[in-house]
Design a protein around this ligand. Structure first.
Ligand code: SF4
Ligand code: SF4
Length: 451
């Protein structure tokens, strides 16, 4: 399968199965398109003879034949029959610890219902947290690096337990031959010197939630008493990022129907001095006023294009930043399982509630159908785990024909469930955006490799 598109003056052909990207001239672009339509060579020449010189057409046909011969174009899927996802042994590699089902903000789109996840307000006790880390160690097989995300609600509302858990994790690393990589996801309200100092020493990554421009952020992310949060959190995040030095962090936002010009919000992060950022489309009920609708897609597509152009410009000027969705790995990236089956929710990655229940990921928390077990007794509902294990691009009809399959890995199971009632489908509006981001990311690579 190939995917052909034009973007920002480039003619791009992605050979989907091999992952090779060809930046071609107009004639090659048209000839490859004709091959894709399974046209005979004589018909190709006939169809294109009014547009190009016959000698050039024949030259392009020869070149395409060579690319096919060299397995660089129209290559076949070599994994499909070789990989048995059911038999694949998985270990738990990552936990999302819901340290606090409580929050000091009242974001309008909050999937966690302001931190409470369809349930009660609760903070994770040190005892449950320790059990969760023990569970991770015990179920991680030979894997050395273990990821733990301190998540909420707002994890800083239970900061002392976070610190104690980091200490506990570190104390077990040596005896168990493990290495914990901690991440803190925070809305910033309670960030202070102690948080910055501790996180910069212990957290491999920090995710700072902010929705971009002040008016956008304050509309969607008010405090509990209805005031804007921008002025409280931006100075703290700036200080946090500055003091992180070389350590990873990123500013993460959500865009909605209310700010379809979201490229301006991403650029606002860069103008504030942040270097790493991401901006995700909101996933909400279609009836929510801020939800993204199909008719918003043309504007969203042109915003990704605008962002991509500015991204290239700033990179070339030496003033670049990273945007998560444009950081594509064209050299094969992670192992093929990962490329085909995505985030590993429900098998390699699980979320833990404050009272120790296990769910496939934070988006399923509170939905009893997806309760996997708990950190005290382990995973009991292995049927659900198996269902998640089989959730991959080959299991999803839409994904099999999609050029983005090796980069997107079949999309988000939770979004599929939300819109289609099962985890083996795909959220169509999300797919359109995903494909566009991948097109932009590949174009950016082409543009930046010209230097
Ligand atoms: S900061 Fe996070 S948990 Fe708190 S209300 Fe906003 S989205 Fe929800
Ligand atoms: S973009 Fe959609 S259809 Fe394509 S691989 Fe991802 S989830 Fe599947």
């Amino acid at each position: 399968m190939i995917h052909r598109y034009k973007n920002n003056g480039y003619n791009i052909v992605l050979d989907v199965e091999s992952g090779l990207v060809h930046v071609v001239d107009d004639i090659m672009y048209d000839v490859i398109g004709a091959y894709d339509e399974k046209k005979e060579k004589t018909d190709i020449t006939e169809d294109l003879k009014n547009k190009y010189d016959i000698g050039e057409i024949n030259e392009a046909i020869k070149e395409v034949d060579e690319l096919i011969e060299n397995e660089s174009l129209f290559t076949k899927d070599v994994y499909r029959d070789k990989i048995d996802f059911k038999k694949r042994q998985t270990v738990v590699k990552a936990l999302c610890l819901h340290i606090s089902h409580d929050c000091n903000l009242a974001c309008k789109y909050c999937f966690a219902e302001e931190g409470e996840y369809h349930g009660r307000r609760a903070l994770m006790s040190l005892e449950v947290g320790k059990k969760a880390l023990d569970f991770l160690i015990e179920n991680s097989g030979n894997r050395k690096n273990l990821e733990v995300d301190f998540f909420g609600g707002e994890p800083l509302m239970n900061w002392e337990v976070v610190k104690e858990l980091v200490k506990y994790g570190r104390s077990r690393e040596k005896e168990c031959n493990k290495n914990f990589r901690f991440t803190l996801t925070t809305n910033g309200v309670l960030v202070d010197d102690d948080v910055i100092e501790f996180a910069n020493k212990e957290m491999s990554n920090v995710v700072m939630s902010l929705d971009g421009r002040k008016e956008v952020n304050d509309k969607m992310r008010p405090t509990r008493n209805g005031k804007g949060s921008y002025d409280i959190i931006v100075p703290k995040f700036k200080e946090f990022a500055k003091r992180r030095g070389d350590k990873d962090y990123y500013v993460r936002g959500t865009f909605t129907h209310e700010n379809l010009d979201f490229a301006s919000d991403v650029l606002h992060y860069a103008d504030l001095g942040f270097k790493n950022m991401s901006m995700e489309p909101v996933v909400s009920e279609p009836t929510d006023s801020y939800s993204i609708k199909e008719e918003d897609l043309p504007m969203i597509m042109s915003e990704y294009d605008r962002l991509a152009k500015e991204y290239i410009k700033r990179k070339k000027e030496g003033n670049g930043f990273t945007f998560f969705h444009f950081m594509i790995d064209l050299d094969g990236g992670p192992c093929v399982y990962k490329r085909l089956s995505g985030c590993g929710s429900g098998t390699e990655y699980m979320a833990v509630t404050p009272w120790g229940d296990l769910y496939p990921c934070h988006q399923f928390v509170g939905d009893e159908k997806f309760l996997l077990g708990n950190v005290f007794d382990g995973v009991k509902n292995t049927e659900i785990c198996d269902e998640f294990k089989l959730c991959n691009v080959y299991a999803k009809e839409k994904c099999q024909k999609c050029f983005a399959k090796y980069y997107c890995s079949g999309g988000c199971a939770a979004n599929s469930y939300k819109f289609h009632g099962n985890i083996n489908d795909a959220y169509d509006i999300g797919c359109e955006m995903q494909r566009k981001r991948i097109e932009c990311a590949i174009m950016i690579k082409a543009a930046l490799s010209e230097e």
